[in-house]
Design a protein around this ligand. Sequence first.
Ligand SMILES: Cc1ncc(COP(=O)(O)O)c(C=O)c1O
Length: 446
Amino acid sequence: MKSRKLGISRIGKNARRLLGIDKKYISPSYTRAYPFFMSRGKGAYVWDVDGNRFLDFTSGIAVTSTGHSHPRVVKAIERQARKFLHMSGSDFYYDTEILLAEKLASITPGSKDKKVFFCNSGAEAVEAAMKLARYWTRRQYFIAFLGSFHGRTLGALSLTSSKYVQRSRFAPLTPGVIHVAYGDCHHCTYGLSYPQCDIACVSYIEDVIFRRYVAPEEVAAIFVEPILGEGGYIVPPREFHPRLKTLASKYGILFVADEIQSGMGRTGKMFAIEHWGVVPDVLTIAKGVASGMPLGATVAPSKIMNWKPGSHGSTFGGNPVSCAAALETIDLLEKGLVKNAAKMGDYIMKKLKPFEEKYRHIGRIGGLGLMIGIEIVRDKKSGKPAPELRDRIVEACFWKGLLILPCGPTSLRFVPPLVIGRHEADEALNIFEDVVREVESRRHRR
Ligand SMILES: Cc1ncc(COP(=O)(O)O)c(C=O)c1O
């Protein structure tokens, strides 16, 4: 691939000025990997406050599904904003929220006889699912997976176990969460190999947890990301979700698919769990649903979401402007962007896969559609994690004009908007390969 000249070597004066103020006033808990200061965006491109252009393969953490400021989404937002900005769906009625609920009930897997609870974020959608699961089952316990990310509010954080820093000093969390190993065949917790393992990570729940630790009749729900997101973009084997669902159904446990990152077309299907042919009992949505407007949703069959008025609510949840953006977003997804995610995902994967052989610091490359994870290792033989090297690669891509994000212990992710074409894909791949090449030659020379 063609070499690309370095984009910028230091941030400009406008960014420097903002950085000074940011350092003084913004919570230091945020995890910025490099100093990108957004000024505007269009499609897959963004510009910083000093006029530099970058290719955005982060989508603002998997949010801007239709690209930055898609003209149709912006129009829908403007239309709604002129009518009214807020009325609260918890106490009143308005069309955008009602029509969006009808739409979500029809595009999520399973029968259309569903109800939707609206909120503002992923963590809130997970909180609603946790409360609903306890309410419906009258059971207390939850099962979640090591490496998973479900949000940072105290309930959702109890399920999260991606990095200990996310939980550190926040205990005690919601009691009753049991963490088990995820279906990560490349780093099997039990040291087994697929398929000889016979999906031991799922059997363990029944054979060990349900025998020794908690009766299955006390478990309200299993929370699972169809593809591990923040935890490293790990695609479990084809038997994983169906076995998990069978186990859940056997004991009347709710199967909650957290589609906050993997949903809304990103993997080449509207929801990632469809790749496994599983119909979840509860499904959580946020991030890409409204192209950047804040919105979360918890979707469940009407039979399950039958809680009493007052049992859950939200002042801002289902904001009319966010709902208008979501209706337009879903229309764009249905009319081509989901298909494009599948097509462009294949295109990128075909070009990336050879990197596994070609470069010594590239480990496993995996993903579905435009949810692609690349593991960075010290060397291929040991396969040992190289988080510092990963961080250096992520930062070096930034200086060359490509925005990507880290994930998991030692991976980085490509999460572009679903509108990308070959041109953007090639540009990203060229920059990434340049950086990998430079890193490898520098380390080799030492
Ligand atoms: C799978 C998953 N669930 C939940 C969340 C939490 O979403 P939010 O940051 O909107 O609270 C995230 C965020 O990254 C996520 O990826």
